[in-house]
Each structure stands twice: as structure tokens, then as C-alpha cells.
Design a protein around this ligand. Structure first.
Ligand SMILES: [Zn+2]
Length: 457
């Protein structure tokens, strides 16, 4: 039994009990009818057919007719849409059905009931990051503005390629209330809405103001986030916290940058057998070149994360340094092993070069009086005899302008013009000539120039 019918039945039974009270007993039936019929008539006259507005199986109001009911409901929804500037959708289907009422609800009352009972949502727009709703905004135009603003932050030229690292979408969303973010609020929310700390690693030549500009934060905020920081003594590799929050989206910027760079020269070593082993000579001085390089630079939230060379043009070729390196092994000829044989038993006790203000033309090798001395390499004896301060001296020519000399000898067993073999016994050590004690004075002369014998023995 509907509410309206129940109400009517109740009224009728009330009327009958009034009739019984008035008329008392059985003979009063006619009288009862006389009273009852007019009551019905009066009730019928004053109550009227209305239209119930039913939401979620509950009559929330009764309008005078279906047309009025629908108009009031539509009017209410329109007013919601106008005040929010958003489309409104209702959660429950609104039903209409006929109802009898003595008195129907006025439009204001119907609206008040609708405000309480009608479940409704606003059709807003959401910005989703990787499928998750992050902010609600009015519409797609606003969403596009938010996205463009976030991207433009990291596009200094206005022409760079900017995109989000995450999948960012603008999609419709139903919201319960109309507290939506405007463009500025949404941009701020994205930029600083997350939690966590990002760091920047100090590079060579950085100062705090450069870093602040690179990461788009005020210097003050950097200092605030890095209380231990000494702006004047930044260390390369040092980590600086660049925000106390992490953006909810990361902007990847890519652009190409053309830079001029120096090309380092190479050092080419060239074998030169006119130079002796261990000798070096710069034949051509190296000069750096210059090139123009196009890099593809990738930034994440304004910080360089990758640099890839995509094109290079050489403007000035570098000039290689050419270095001649001697390989001439003095006595490689005649089957020698490239080294001179050690002419006597002991070690070098006095080196080649300056000594006591005078140039020592050979090395002194420790030897006892009478120790055997051998030819350092095969050759021909060119002199054997007393030569002033050298005392008893033997010179052997090995060909190619190379001569070895043995001095202060106590005896010589070879004569001028005699051929000798490598390691052949030629005499004995002593202390003849200008000598302080028994030793072998040994020289290597190449084209008339004394060389350090230690390089050859
Ligand atoms: Zn000497």
C-alpha cells in the first residue's frame, strides 16, 4: 500500500468513527450516509492528483503534476551546473509516479529535499600519472595549461623537446565536490607535491647560483635545504639537496647543442736507427686541433643526465707530435747481440760524465792489478801503447765509426792492425798513466763522440 493510499484510508476511518459518535446506533445508518458521502465528496474536492518524486524508493516530495516535478528537478540540476560551471550527473535514477495529496510541495521545499536526498557528482577533469589520479581540475583546457606549464619550466628555448618521464593523461573524472585546483595550484602540487629528497652533484666550475638556476630553485631554498653548505667552498662531487620534495612528474628535456672543442694531438713514435737506443728527438711538435660537435643533451628536471655525440665536424686537424726513438744497437753487426761484452770482471765504480769539474769520458770498472781484459766486441785493434795520462791503452775499431778504448792497462797482448773476436783476451788491468789505483778505464766513441759506455754494456 502506497503512502498516499494509506493516508486516505486513515482519513476515511477517522471520518467513520466521528460519524458513529455523532449518530450512535443502527437506525442512524441513513444519517451516517448523509454525513459520510458529503465528507468523501469534500475530501475528493480538496485533495488532488499530484506527482511524487521518488529517489532510491523514497518519496522525497510531491509536485502538483509530472511536468512541474520534472521542471523543478531539472531546474535544481541546472542551478548546480551553473554555480559549479561543471556538468552534473545524478547517482540514482529519479522516478515519478502519481500521488494524492491534500497539499503538494512548493518548489522551494522540493529543492530542499533534493539537496538532501539527491546523490550527485560533478563531471570534472583529472590529470592522471601512470594511471593514478593526481589532481582534479575543471576541464581539458585547464589540464593542457597545467601540462604545458610543467613542460615549459624545463624548456629554456621554447623549442626543445620536452616530455614527461611518466605516462601523463587528461581524462574525465567524477568528483563529489567542486573544490578543484586552478592552473597555478595544480602546477605547484605537481612540482612539490611528493616526498623525498633529490640531490645534485657539484661539477667542476659550478657555483651555487649556477646550480640554483639549473635546478630552478631560489638560492635561499638551496641554502635552507643544505644547512651544512658553504657556498664559497663547493667541492666537485659534493652532493647538494635540491629540494625537500620530489615532483610528482619528471620532465625529460632533450635538445641538441653545438659546441666547439679542442682535439688533443696524438704522439706518434717513429723508429730512427740513426739514433742510439734510448735516444729521443721531437721531429714534429704536436698542436691541438678544433672540432665542432653536436650533442644530444638530455635533462631530467633541468639536470643533465646524458650527453650523446650525434655529429662532428673537424675545423682544424690536430698536428701529431712525432717523436723519433733511437734503436741503433751499436754492435748489432758482425753477429753481436747488440750489447758490448763486459770488458773485465768488476762493477762500474765511477760513471761517465762530469766529475770533479772535468768531463769523465768513460767509465771506471773495478779490477785488480793483472785482471784479464777482453774485447767488448769483434773488431780491429787500431792502437796499443802508452798514451800520456791513459797509460797503456788499447783502441779497437768495430766498424761504423764505433771505437772502444781500454786504459791504465798493465799489459797488452794485441798489436795494432790485429783482428780480435768479441770477448777475446787483449791484456791485463793495471794503474798506468794518470791513475789512483788499479782499475779499467773504458770508453765508447761513436764517430769521434764519447758516449756513455753504461748504455752499451
Ligand atoms: Zn777513467
Amino acid at each position: 500500500m502506497s503512502k498516499a493510499t494509506g493516508w486516505l484510508t486513515e482519513k476515511l476511518s477517522n471520518s467513520m468513527s466521528i460519524g458513529r459518535k455523532l449518530l450512535g446506533s443502527r437506525p442512524g445508518f441513513k444519517v451516517l450516509m448523509l454525513v459520510f458521502v458529503p465528507v468523501i465528496a469534500v475530501l475528493a474536492m480538496f485533495s488532488q492528483a499530484g506527482c511524487a518524486i521518488v529517489i532510491n524508493q523514497e518519496v522525497v516530495a510531491v509536485a502538483s503534476d509530472r511536468g512541474d516535478a520534472e521542471a523543478v528537478v531539472q531546474n535544481y540540476i541546472t542551478s548546480l551546473e551553473e554555480s559549479s560551471d561543471l556538468p552534473v550527473s545524478v547517482g540514482e535514477e529519479i522516478k515519478y509516479r502519481p500521488a494524492w495529496r491534500l497539499k503538494t510541495d512548493k518548489p522551494e521545499e522540493i529543492r530542499r529535499q533534493l539537496a538532501q536526498k539527491l546523490d550527485h557528482q560533478f563531471g570534472a577533469t583529472g590529470i592522471y600519472v601512470d594511471g593514478k589520479l593526481v589532481v582534479s581540475i575543471k576541464d581539458k583546457v585547464t589540464g593542457d595549461q597545467v601540462i604545458n606549464k610543467l613542460l615549459a619550466t624545463y624548456d629554456n628555448s621554447g623549442q626543445w623537446d620536452v616530455d614527461f618521464k611518466q605516462n601523463v593523461e587528461i581524462k574525465p573524472v567524477q568528483v563529489d565536490n567542486v573544490k578543484l585546483m586552478d592552473v597555478e595550484e595544480a602546477v605547484e602540487y605537481f612540482r612539490f607535491g611528493g616526498q623525498g629528497v633529490r640531490t645534485y652533484q657539484v661539477k667542476d666550475g659550478d657555483n651555487l647560483w649556477d646550480i640554483a638556476s639549473a635546478v630552478q630553485l631560489p638560492v635561499d631554498e638551496l641554502v635552507l635545504s643544505n644547512p651544512e653548505l658553504q657556498p664559497d667552498t663547493l667541492q666537485v662531487g659534493q652532493e647538494i639537496k635540491i629540494s625537500r620534495t620530489t615532483p610528482l612528474v619528471d620532465v625529460i628535456t632533450t635538445y641538441s647543442d653545438t659546441r666547439q672543442e679542442e682535439i688533443l694531438y696524438r704522439v706518434q713514435e717513429k723508429v730512427d736507427d740513426n739514433l742510439f737506443l734510448g735516444e729521443r728527438k721531437v721531429i714534429q711538435t704536436g698542436k691541438p686541433g678544433q672540432r665542432e660537435v653536436e650533442y644530444q643533451i638530455t635533462l631530467e628536471n633541468g639536470v643533465e643526465i646524458n650527453k650523446e655525440e650525434i655529429k662532428e665536424e673537424i675545423i682544424v686537424e690536430p698536428v701529431h707530435q712525432v717523436l723519433a726513438k733511437g734503436t741503433r744497437k751499436l754492435l748489432a753487426f758482425r753477429g753481436g747481440n747488440g750489447r758490448l761484452a763486459y770488458p773485465t770482471g768488476g762493477g762500474v765504480v765511477s760513471p761517465f760524465g762530469s766529475r770533479w769539474g772535468r768531463s769523465h769520458l768513460g767509465v771506471d770498472i773495478a779490477a785488480n792489478h793483472g785482471s784479464p781484459v777482453v774485447a767488448a766486441e769483434a773488431g780491429t785493434v787500431i792502437s796499443a801503447g802508452y798514451q800520456g795520462g791513459y797509460g797503456l791503452r788499447i783502441d779497437i775499431s768495430h766498424g761504423g765509426g764505433v771505437v772502444t778504448r781500454y786504459a791504465h792497462l798493465s799489459s797488452a797482448t794485441v798489436k795494432s792492425g790485429q783482428n780480435v773476436e768479441r770477448g777475446q783476451f787483449i791484456g791485463r788491468a793495471g794503474s798506468t798513466g794518470n791513475s789512483t789505483g788499479p782499475h779499467l778505464h773504458f770508453e765508447v766513441i761513436v764517430n769521434g763522440v764519447h758516449k756513455n759506455p753504461s748504455l752499451f754494456i
